[in-house]
Write a protein that binds this ligand. Sequence first.
Ligand code: FAD
Length: 400
Amino acid sequence: ACKQIPEGPIETTLCDYETVESYNDDLYNVLHQLVETPFFKYFRVDLYRECPFWQENGLCMNRECGITTVDESEIPEKWRAAELSKVELPSEDERHHMLGCYYRDADFCFQDDMSEGDYIDLTANPERFTGYVGPSAQRVWAAIYRENCFGLSELNFQTPNSPNNSPHVSLPDSMASAQSPEDRTCLEQRVYYRIISGLHASISTHVCHDYFNQSTGQWGPNLECFVEKVAAYPERLQYIYFNVVLLLRAVSRIGPYLSAYDYCGTGTHEGDALTLDRVNKVVDIASQVGKFDETVLFKGDNANILKEEFKEHFRNVTRIMDCVGCDKCRLWGKIQTTGVGTALKILFELDEKALDPRHNSNLLTRSEVVALINTLHRFSESLAGVNDFRKMWAETDAAE
Ligand code: FAD
């Protein structure tokens, strides 16, 4: 898996690995510039909410787990919470409260209440190796897979203190009654698993690509780490590509809305125009590569039950992020689950009319737009990182 780009079509998509690969340099370059613009680099998030599922004592004391916050005065006024809450928060009737967060019926994520949280400059807090390992990290991954993956996990975790209020949602009888786990899986479940496993593989790629070598005191890519966590399992790498196509399809669907979005607030006309110009370039690439076929999902008799379940499971994953015992990992976990959740909402909840910016100018919150683009950037950066690992592998091969 480390040596070559996978070949052929990417399942559930109308796209192949080679096409994604051929566009990724351009995509990554423009995304990299885009996430450095003020609109996309400031994110407001409440990182200190209690884990709703178990007692989490796994505080990560490593320096790299910490994050730096930005004072509200540094944020362009237009994007501050007080301003945003005027337009962003749905009315009391439209939202359901749960443990201090709310969701609208269409959402795949629990969203933090806008009145709490810190502003973070994402460019100052890159996702990379933090040293967050051991039972706390494993428990979070186990909860994500075992409790939320429709029984499809390849993991075989023993969680002795499995919490009573764990986020389990039972399957409809028709799905639970089939025989083997493989038979039991429908397309939606497989898609769900690929999303989660691909996200995990992407995070692992970042951890291994920006790795701290404790014996040399140097940061840099660690090929062995990548082989162990990702390349030894070719399907994990394939799922990164899968997520890229899914996210690009969402960006492409929401393209007219993103192009009409108000990014003003940088202070200069040129700055605002540059942001929009980069957004348009991403939308353009998305329209060519984002060939995920969302219409094949959630069809048939149980479609609505299945979709509600899928949504419920994914919302739980977003809540599990509050159980991550490392601030920086929690930050990026929240951004990426919000980004993927936003993509799922765009693909499965919104029809063409809803997506039309003239009919629905407040369709997405600023946080959702920022999370969607930053998440795509994370995945695209993973593919760029995988290419670095391929080169390292080739050099190792040549030297032997
Ligand atoms: P883990 O990555 O913890 O995986 C646990 C088990 O899951 C493995 O033993 C394997 O059986 C299975 N598995 C692994 N990958 C996959 C896959 N792609 N698909 C299916 N199954 C798989 N650490 C950092 O250094 N920096 C971060 O920014 C960071 N962010 C994190 C964000 C979240 C939300 C979480 C839960 C953890 C994060 N971590 C981060 C920790 C990191 O993901 C690992 O848990 C840690 O490096 C320990 O790795 P591990 O090799 O023990 O296996």
